[in-house]
Design a protein around this ligand. Sequence first.
Ligand code: PEP
Ligand code: MN
Length: 346
Amino acid sequence: MLIVMDSRATDEQIEAVENKIRSMGWTPHEIPGSLRIAIGITGNKGGVDPSLFMSMPGVVECIPVSKPYKLVSRDVKPEDTVINVKGVEVGGRELVMMAGPCAVESRHQVLEIAEVISSLGVKFLRGGAYKPRTSPYSFQGLKEEGLKYLREAADKFNLRVVTEVKDTETLDLVFEYSDILQIGARNMHNFSLLEAVGKKRKPVLLKRGLSATIEEWLMAAEYIASQGNYEIILCERGIRTFEQYTRNTLDLNAVPLVKRLSHLPVVVDPSHGTGKWELVAPMTLASIAAGADGVMVEVHPNPENALSDGYQSLRLEKFAVLIDRVKKVASATGRIFPGKDGLKVE
Ligand code: PEP
Ligand code: MN
């Protein structure tokens, strides 16, 4: 149920509705809009009787929400959610680019990448310090040392850090060093981790699970929102299909579809979505054309020596060329990519 308040409703009237919701044992969620505030209700087992609220001062409408996901649905908030991450808006007119290595490998590697991407106008530095690897014998990440390198490089080059939080045990540590908490595809169904990041007040980038339907992905987002954290960025990163020539099948249908179903920003990760560096540039451009709010790309100074995902990482020189094309597609589709005049990358 969504309770829509009059645009002139007072704070006391809003508070009274919220107290009534709490008195029933349910949870109110304030959903601010440009014209009026709405209050979502979660925690109710059966239907909610609208007459409980219709007579309260300031209430104009009670709308049942039929979708299984509620707080993240467009039904409760017709306007796009725009998330401000240290001065950069995700989900607004600006197209955001996120780039960095799959895994943080050394201080030098992260500083080198950060300097180049920042000179190209990228505002977000990605990189895993805790890596969820298929094999327990593969490189598992530099852990806290890696987080420190990310933070140092981001602060030096005016970037924001996006890094994966692999489990609840390391959440507080990752929280300290990051600007966006990434939930990996393998953890999209880890409901205790979703609830734990939902209790934090920091934006979350939620990757789509390897074989998750769009509804399951939105339900995972709902787990986070249900705990009071509404700053969620959805990330399409490909799904597993019968196709063998690519690592995953990048589902670009998901971009316009999810933007209809949900008010949350959507970014695309064509690196994991394809698993092949040659496909990353065309699918980056296609993602922007499909309406993505941003694109996250794995880059590496020498991919052949990368400790993980080298075959899908773009060389810095190739990434610089891609950024030029990103600017063109962004402007052709009504987006802004402010960029910067890039340092020449030799
Ligand atoms: C990553 O972004 O490095 C990563 C592990 O991605 P995913 O969870 O999508 O596989
Ligand atoms: Mn990777």
